[in-house]
Design a protein around this ligand. Sequence first.
Ligand code: SF4
Length: 271
Amino acid sequence: MRLVEVEISSFNRRFRVELDDGAAVEAVHYRGDSLCVSSQVGCAVGCPFCASGANGLARQLSADEIWAQVAEARARGLQVVRTTVSGVGEPLHNQRAVREFVLRCRAERIAPSLTTSGGPLERLTEWFALPHNGLTISVHAGSEEMRRALVPRGPALQPLFACLAGALPGQSRSRRKKIALAYLLIEGANDSDAELDAFSARAAPLALTVHLYAYNPLAAGAHRAVSRARYEAAYARLCAAGLRVRMSSQARIEPNGGCGTLVALRPGLSA
Ligand code: SF4
């Protein structure tokens, strides 16, 4: 396995991760000390705005292959004090390997976090107790219809929020602070006031931090980012509904650091 640098910008360095069987995924080094790693070749969740799952799932990465992304980055002299399993793949669909990776990060004094679409729910609740440094659940919708459209094979909102409402009270305050929700704003899809209000109504009782992400459109995709003015209006609306909201970081705003922009290649296919 080897890393090949494909893009560099102010905050991010993006790498193609060439695997021994000819498949490839991507990893992003950002903020000078953090690495976003991939956990699967492709993804079965099928979010239509995302390049990572455009061709479905090819295979799982082993724990060694996930860890090798960190080892290779370090071998290039890059500092890695934090990792996030937020690249190509749904980490809960590769539970055993991702769990092994997280434990290895801990043993190496690296703070590991992950991003998930939330299912299967029994695995999501397992993660509450595991020693991650952050678990972000991608919601992206307030209505079930929008959830089915944007996260087609993730859990529906009603069981997802019921699961969270049932499990969170059993967690310590410090563990609850490490769990967050994410809402990726996409023009003409989930950016209406009605959709935002429906999301607020579900999220407010949980009192979790909400990451409001700006979308980085794919060159060939049909989905578009909202304007800066609309993004700020959505932020204000969620705050007014009582949510604790965080805006996208500079690293995420850059085209090579945004949600859903990383790609997976099966053996024998080229970009
Ligand atoms: S956004 Fe995440 S869960 Fe959805 S298809 Fe992409 S990698 Fe999979």
